[in-house]
Ligand binder design. Structure first.
Ligand code: 8YV
Length: 317
């Protein structure tokens, strides 16, 4: 029996079995392995109705334009800042992502970064491993209290809400900035992002990426968060003006940062790596066995549903 065809933009190597599971079910055109990508698309364009991709690879304007028969894009991940949704909508191409299943694990990592950053957990780990404790060669500076402090959340979507809920467990005053206030949450709405930064001990970014939020966290916002404030980012690197952040962290005008995402991944500014006030992770907020399994299952379900019923299960559009 012939298998349905999909174009896979990039490897799902964030979940080891995923590529194999796709290949069991589908004839997979491995775009990322093609040496001449334009020629590869041209050669197969008339057969490709479905694209499987990841949050990282997306599906560009050029790719959509090169695939006249395209009917569905199924992405592995919740973020869609690298998919041209406008072109997809114009052509009535269905687009699915993997929503909700990663909320908790991403929120957990936001909290891990927040705690690690405030209480010097990464620094303390290095301190013990490097025998400074045993040899009494140095001391670990005091951290900042977390419980009872002020938590500001930028983007109170589903992940932002999971982060906020955890804040209540730490007896925190939780405020948020969104385009619109929400009537269904017990947290304080702050229409001014600048005021939110000024009034937060910890500012956690959980907003969508893309052109609309590029450098939303600029120098002014980070100065307002200030030398005792800490910035946590599990959203997208593009949301922060990264050079400005590095400068303010290095000078101590911004107190600290816990970062899972960067502007030009996997490149991380060298200066950031030298700062003890910073905790760095390699874009792995959703990377637990359970969540990555669920993300792959969700993509497989969307593909199966599209090929059997012409519908997707978790649509963005
Ligand atoms: C993925 C993500 O780790 O879901 C997203 O938007 O950023 C992450 O969960 C990864 O980017 C998939 O490519």
């Amino acid at each position: 029996m012939t298998k349905p065809l999909i174009l896979q933009v990039g490897s799902f190597n964030g979940h080891a079995p995923a590529d194999g599971e796709l290949a069991e079910r589908y004839e997979v055109l491995e775009y990322w392995k093609a040496s001449d990508k334009v020629a590869f698309l041209r050669e197969h364009a008339n057969r490709i109705e479905v694209v499987a991709t990841t949050a990282n690879f997306g599906c560009s304007t050029e790719m959509i334009a090169a695939l006249p028969k395209l009917r569905a894009i199924c992405t592995w991940g919740v973020g869609y800042d690298k998919i041209d949704l406008e072109s997809a909508a114009t052509r009535k191409i269905l687009v699915s992502n993997t929503p909700d299943i990663l909320n908790d694990c991403v929120a957990d990592i936001a909290w891990g970064l927040l705690l690690a950053c405030a209480r010097n957990i990464g620094w303390g780990d290095r301190f013990v491993r490097e025998n400074h404790w045993e040899n009494k060669t140095d001391y670990l500076p005091h951290g900042a209290r977390v419980s009872g402090k002020k938590l500001g959340i930028v983007g109170l979507g589903r992940i932002g809400e999971a982060i906020a809920r955890r804040g209540l467990g730490f007896d925190m005053q939780v405020s948020y900035h969104n385009r619109n206030a929400r009537a269904d949450v017990p947290y304080t709405y702050q229409p001014s992002l600048l005021e939110l930064a000024r009034d937060s001990d910890f500012l956690v970014l959980a907003t969508v990426g893309g052109a609309g939020t590029k450098h939303l966290i600029n120098e002014e916002i980070m100065r307002a968060l200030g030398p005792d404030g800490r910035l946590i980012n599990i959203a997208r690197g593009s949301v922060i003006d990264e050079p400005a952040m590095v400068h303010l962290l290095a000078s101590g005008e911004l107190g600290g940062a816990g970062l899972d995402v960067f502007e030009d991944e996997p490149r991380v500014p060298d200066q950031l790596k030298t700062l003890s006030s910073v905790v760095l992770m390699p874009h792995v907020a959703s990377a637990t066995h359970e969540t990555r399994r669920a993300m792959t299952d969700c993509v497989l379900e969307n593909l199966h549903s599209f090929f059997t019923q012409g519908k997707i299960v978790t649509p963005i559009i």
